[in-house]
Design a binder for this molecule. Structure first.
Ligand code: KG4
Ligand code: ZN
Length: 360
């Protein structure tokens, strides 16, 4: 049997991406164009600029993905695009493009939940069997989920305030490290000469449940910055970055340890701990989770760094998983700015309003 070949499209935030993936778990092409330079002057993603940039670049990226894979549109069996959640202008660009290709070529179309793309990446890279425990950590989300199958997610915990990527970005800004914060903060932390110099609170550690909180941590960093006064030295920056990063890793490990217990109650036969989303690119966090998983006797799976941050290979793959189950979407599918993985999950206690929710 010849492999099923799927074109994936991702446009939900500030990365325009196209990829070609087969159901034999082969990434034939994976191109990502970061809009970093477009947004850096504003210190964050500007939705209108993002949508315009997606529109400008997406066709060229799809062409490049086809060239890199050595395939033509005639070889593609289906088109999958992020259908939400995310910045709606960008999502519309990706969905309209995917629908146009599907309609013109008579191909099935799949609208993929961006979070499901992150959630299923470990099955593309490592063929991880269901069920598994997923720590989904990105710019817009911080959740612990039991992944029981495609479309079958049970949320064990979420953040009651900031998403963890958001906390990295805001803290990096506070330290004058610039944007995007996560990778720059990690780089600064690596230069720390005295990572134990600053004591930071560990929000939620030891508390029942699996929810997260990060706003107190960010405030504590701000207080240290104010106490230091004047411009921060390179050492101050590095030590504060290391303190923040290590504290986040400790908080994550504590919450994951609790979630592991709940996971084992639900699935005594066991399963892996999987990490996904942009923050999963953080090496200190990966190392801390690896230690925890070793202690708990659970396999630990972290996708390669470039498949942790936003990309279209994960969207093509999630499309393949859905197509295998015979699931496709009609061409009148409406993009969804909000789209929870577990619609039955109640909002976390203390969550103010609807949260940022623009990034996933
Ligand atoms: O999944 P993602 O690429 O985009 C969405 O939010 O959907 O995640 C982006 C987030 C940003 O907040 C970024 O600062 C964070 O992931 N991030 C990192 C690292 N690389 C990206 N955070 C910590 N350490 C990193 N190395
Ligand atoms: Zn994402």
């Amino acid at each position: 049997m010849t492999a099923m070949i799927v074109l994936g499209i991702e446009t939900s935030c500030d990365e325009t991406a196209a990829a070609i993936v087969t159901d034999a778990r082969e990434i034939r092409a994976d191109v990502v164009l970061s809009q970093l330079d477009d947004h850096t002057p504003y210190g964050g993603v500007v939705p209108e600029i993002a949508a315009r940039a997606h529109l400008e670049h997406l066709d060229g990226l799809i062409r490049r993905a086809l060239e890199e894979s050595g395939l033509g549109l005639g070889d593609i069996d289906a088109v999958a695009a992020t259908g939400g959640p995310g910045l709606i202008g960008g999502v519309i660009v990706g969905v309209m493009t995917a629908k146009a290709i599907a309609a013109a070529r008579g191909l099935p179309f799949v609208a993929v939940n961006h979070l499901e793309g992150h959630a299923l990446t470990a099955r593309l890279t490592d063929d991880v069997p269901f069920p598994y425990l997923l720590l989904l950590v990105s710019g817009g989300h911080c959740q612990l989920l039991v992944v029981e199958g495609v479309g079958r997610y049970r949320r064990l915990g979420t953040t009651i305030d900031d998403a963890v990527g958001e906390a990295f970005d805001k803290t990096a800004k506070l330290l004058g490290l610039g944007y995007p914060g996560g990778p720059l903060l990690e780089k600064a932390a690596a230069q720390a000469t005295n990572p134990g110099r600053f004591d930071l609170p560990r929000p939620m550690v030891g508390r029942p449940g699996c929810d997260f909180s990060f706003s107190g941590l960010k405030t504590a960093v701000r207080r240290h910055v104010e106490e230091l006064g004047g411009p921060l030295s390179v050492e101050d920056r590095a030590d504060l970055a290391a303190a923040f990063q290590n504290t986040v890793a400790e908080v994550m490990a504590d919450r994951c340890a609790r979630a592991m217990r709940q996971f084992k109650d639900l699935h005594p036969q066991g399963g892996a701990l999987v990490v996904a989303g942009g923050v999963a690119a953080n090496k200190a966090l990966r190392a801390r989770l690896q230690r925890l998983a070793d202690r708990e006797g659970m396999p630990f799976v972290a996708p390669p760094l470039r498949l942790c941050t936003d990309n279209a290979a994960m969207i093509a793959w999630a499309g393949i998983e859905r197509l295998r189950l015979g699931q496709t979407d009609p061409l009148d599918f409406a993009p969804r700015p909000r789209w929870p993985l577990d619609p039955t999950a109640k909002p976390a206690i203390g969550k103010a309003g609807v949260g940022s929710g623009v990034k996933a």
